[in-house]
Design a protein. Structure first.
Ligand SMILES: [Zn+2]
Length: 91
């Protein structure tokens, strides 16, 4: 950790862990600036990542770039491709 005041390296002088899992660290830098940091486990982000929809495999065609399996099948069957598949409309 570098000092936010003078940007010199700072040493951890004290670490405290709260019951909610947050860690507080007190630092002292080479120029005797004191500052603290708080470290928290980011649960919300992990949850958001877990809820991300599974992405379809993407294939690459020289003419069209990245395409979906559906587009690839269409290209193989018809020699044509729909580069912008119409979004599925909710009922
Ligand atoms: Zn400093």
């Amino acid at each position: 950790m570098k000092c936010p005041v003078c940007n010199k390296p700072a040493d951890v002088k004290e670490t405290r862990t709260r019951q909610d899992g947050a860690k507080y660290r007190r630092y002292l830098c080479f120029n005797n600036h004191r500052f603290s940091t708080r470290e928290v486990v980011v649960k919300a982000k992990e949850k958001a990542l877990a809820q991300r929809p599974v992405q379809e495999p993407v294939y690459h065609l020289r003419q069209f770039g990245d395409v979906t399996k559906e587009q690839l099948d269409r290209y193989i069957a018809t020699g044509d491709i729909n580069p912008q598949p119409s979004p599925v409309k909710p009922n």
